[in-house]
Structure formats: C-alpha cells, structure tokens
Design a binder for this molecule. Structure first.
Ligand code: PXG
Length: 455
C-alpha cells in the first residue's frame, strides 16, 4: 500500500468528509461524475432506509431517484439483505459456464413469468450496459443462424441511452456520451421523439407517432436485408424522461415485423414498475423480440441485468446442429447469474409481486404528476415530462452551459436534504414506489425553493 503523506491527511475535519482525506478521495475515480468538484466538496452517503439516505454528516436525505432508478421498492429491505447473506455463506460463487445453481434457474423462471407472454428465455448479465451489448450480439448471431449473415445493421434513436459499452454507446444517441470515443459499432439513428409541440404534456403525448415512419426511410436507404435490429427504450429515461407519442411504439412494431427486423426494447430503466406498469411492453401493449432488464431486478442490492428473448430467437440457437456440449451462443460473463445477485433477485421479485409494486407506482403516479407539473411557471423551467413514477424538469440553459442550472439546483437540494439527479439540461425524479404523498410534497417544495433561489 502506498503511504499517505502526513500533509495530505485530514484536509478537513468537517463531518461530511467521514474521516477521509483528500488523498484517499483522489484514489477513487468516480463514474459519470465531476471528480474535481466532488473532491473539493464531497457528498458522501453512509446508509439508506426506505426513501431516505443518510449523509456522512448525519443528515437525512430524501432519495428522489431510487438511487439511480434501481432501488424502487425502497432501501434496506431486510428480506433481500438476509437472502444475500445466506447465499454468501452457502454458495459464494458458482461457475457460470457449463454449470448452474438452482437460484439462477429459479430467478430465470420468475422473470419469464413476469415478462409478457412470448418472452420466455432469460440470459443473465451484471448490468444494463451488458444486457444491451448482449442483446445486440444475440440479434446479429440470430440472423447468421437463420442463414442471413448480412443482416448486421443496428438502429437506435437520437437521445437514446443504452449504457456505456461499445454497442450501447453506438446505438445510443446522447452526444455527450458518444463524442469522446471515436467509431465503435456502426449504427443508424431514428429521430428523438422530443417535440416542441408536446412541451408540458402530461404522460403520453398525443402527437408524434409519424416519427416511427423514419424506419421506412432507413429501410429504403439500406434495405431490410442488411438490418438486424432496432433498439429503443419504451420511455427514454437518461435523456430526461422522453415519453413515446401515442401509437409510436405500435407503429415501430408493425414496421419491424413487416421488414423482418428484430425489435429490442431496452427496459433497463422501465422494467419492474417504473412507469406504473410492470414493463413498457405491458403499458404500450407492444411485445418486442428481445427485452433488456437490470434496474430493480435486485432492487439495487446487487449488480445484475438480464436479456429476455422470444421463443423463436432462443429456439433458433437451440435447433442448430452440433454437439450438445458446445455453446450455442459464445457469450457470457464470469459473474453471470452470480449466486448473491440471484438470491437478491429472488427476494426482490418476491417483494415486487407480494407488494404489487407496479400497481403501487400506478396508484401514486397521478398525484406525483400533479405535484411535479405544479413546478411549471417557475423561473427557467422550459419543460416538464412524466410517466408513471418518472419525471424530468428541463431547464433553460445558461448560454453555452446547458448542464449548469440543473447542477446548481441539485446542489441546493442536497444542502436542504434531498438527492436529485442532474444530467444534461434536466433534473430527474424517480422516487421509490413506496413514497407517500407528504414526501412527494416535500420533494416538490424543496425543488421549487431551489429553482426559485438559483434563478
Ligand atoms: N439502458 C437503459 C435504458 C438505461 O437507463 C442502461 C441501459 C445502462 O445500465 P447500467 O446498469 O450499465 O448503468 C441504463 C442506465 C439517469 C441514469 O440519471 C440512468 C441510467 C444509469 C444511471 C443514471 O437517468 N440508466
């Protein structure tokens, strides 16, 4: 271990540093973070329960984003903690390749039952990003097995977020996440469904289904014989809760079916109740060929993702010639179906069903919508969008600095006892589904004050 020089120790005795030194903080290179700003003024979280975090300086902090949209059934669920602890004692690790443990099989079967009919086979990963890249590879391999190896092109959408791996970055459409990395995987993009006509609309906007027709243009450009799959989020979360216009996803489904293109729904964020239904596929009544999942699967307590494939796709892999000991899909991770994650997943899915989490989200959604839209008219609020228990407040940018205003508001909220996510020009809300009305009020009041004070 490298010694820490004396002069680097105890930079600040303030409790919010939790006894850590600046040198120690500098050892930690944080993901998707302003590391330099953070190291000057850290926001350290030490515990969590229900809808609250506790900061290192002992303050209760309202969690308005369920962590990062992933602890939606409330923090600190004892059933999940016990399941993880039990598994750590009984089966800490089991090889994921050519062997299995019962927890993996049981969780796969549970996820199959929960997801829409026709999505019947579950492949585990460790994150949303891995789920996306797995789904893209699955789609390409599927077409090869079908004898159509030229079907390789992947189509995403502008402002889409599909994680940070090579495939997901490429089909993704958030420029700030793409521009640093050069060419990765070739991909085309449909337009975003964020239309000025729909500003401040509540829930699903009426206008914009015609944007799905752009898939026809891409088919005319490339020919469907070269296109493997279209991937979209049923509702874009990261780009600031962009809700698909009425009829848009249905039309995409029709076009994909007509042209023999696979439709992938990236439900990493929408899966398991976030939009007031178990899945986007359920809410919009559109069944994709492949669905990606991650957040909420373990209620955030262990890293895990999943790809759920149709019977047709799965059977195409299984019905190939070749000895049964050879992998049909040469893909997977050391930690796929990790026993601790499966234990957490089984306990979380038990909570999801027993406590009717999707219904709970749907029940609170109208109140949440009403309160969040109450922020309309505050200074610099340019748009408010929502669906289920997800909402975004888009702020007018400072000239050349679109991300600054949301950051200023979020920092004020943190000082006042609320964690709120800021990204790009939006603030995002996705509280745990167990949130009560008074807590929704607190959340919106804190935001209103912070927005007004930073104006
Ligand atoms: N697909 C979608 C639709 C996502 O929302 C990912 C893939 C990647 O998942 P992992 O587990 O690799 O991070 C995501 C993740 C935000 C926010 O503030 C959103 C995500 C992650 C962190 C923050 O909106 N989405």
């Amino acid at each position: 271990m490298k010694p820490i020089p004396v002069d680097a120790a105890s930079v600040d005795n303030d409790a919010k540093w939790a006894g850590l030194t600046r040198q120690q903080l500098e050892s930690y290179w944080m993901p998707f973070s302003g590391n330099r700003g953070f190291r000057r003024d850290p926001r350290l979280i030490v515990s969590a329960e229900g809808c609250y975090y506790r900061s290192a300086d002992g303050r209760q902090i309202l969690d308005s984003l369920s962590g990062l949209w992933c602890a939606s059934f409330g923090h600190g669920r004892p059933e999940i903690a016990e399941a993880i602890a039990r598994s750590a004692r009984e089966l800490d690790y089991s090889p994921a390749f050519q062997h299995a443990h019962p927890g993996a099989v049981l969780l796969a079967d549970r996820v199959r039952q929960l997801t829409p009919d026709g999505l019947d086979h579950v492949f585990f990963t460790n994150s949303g990003s891995e789920s996306v890249d797995t789904a893209l590879k699955m789609a390409r391999a599927y077409w090869r097995l079908k004898g159509r190896p030229e079907k390789t092109r992947l189509i995403g959408r502008v402002r889409g977020y599909h994680g940070v791996n090579a495939g997901g970055t490429s089909v993704g459409g958030i420029v700030a996440n793409r521009k640093h990395f050069g060419s990765l995987v070739e991909a085309d993009h449909l337009s975003a469904t964020l239309l000025p006509e729909n500003r401040f609309s509540r829930g699903v906007p009426e206008y914009g289904a015609h944007l799905a027709e752009q898939l026809e243009e891409l088919v005319n450009l490339h020919d469907a014989s070269n296109i493997a799959a279209v991937i979209v989020e049923p509702m874009s979360g990261s780009a600031g809760v962009i809700v698909p216009p009425k009829g848009y996803l249905q039309r995409l489904r029709e076009l994909c079916t007509r042209h023999d293109i696979l439709l992938i729904f990236d439900e990493v964020l929408t899966g398991f109740g976030r939009i007031g239904a178990p899945f986007g596929a359920t809410l919009f009544d559109v069944t994709p060929d492949i669905m990606t999942l991650a957040k909420n699967l373990t209620n955030g307590a262990a890293p895990m993702g999943a790809v759920v494939a149709s019977g047709e796709i799965h059977d195409t892999f299984m019905n190939t010639d070749g000895p049964g000991y050879l992998p049909e899909f040469p893909h997977g991770y050391t930690y796929s179906a990790h026993p601790l994650a499966c234990a957490a997943g089984l306990a979380a899915m038990e909570i999801f069903e027993r406590e009717r989490m999707a219904e709970r989200a749907a029940d609170m959604a109208p109140y949440f919508e009403q309160q969040v839209h109450g922020l309309k008219g505050l200074p610099h609020v340019a748009d408010i969008r929502n669906l289920g228990m997800a909402a975004a407040i888009q702020m007018e940018p400072y000239p050349g600095e679109p991300a600054r205003r949301p950051w200023e508001v979020a920092m004020k909220c943190w000082e006042r006892g609320m964690y709120v996510r800021f990204a790009g020009d939006t603030l995002q809300l996705g509280p745990p589904f167990i949130i009560e009305r008074e807590q929704v009020d607190t959340m919106c009041n804190l935001l209103a004050d912070a927005i007004t004070e930073t104006a």
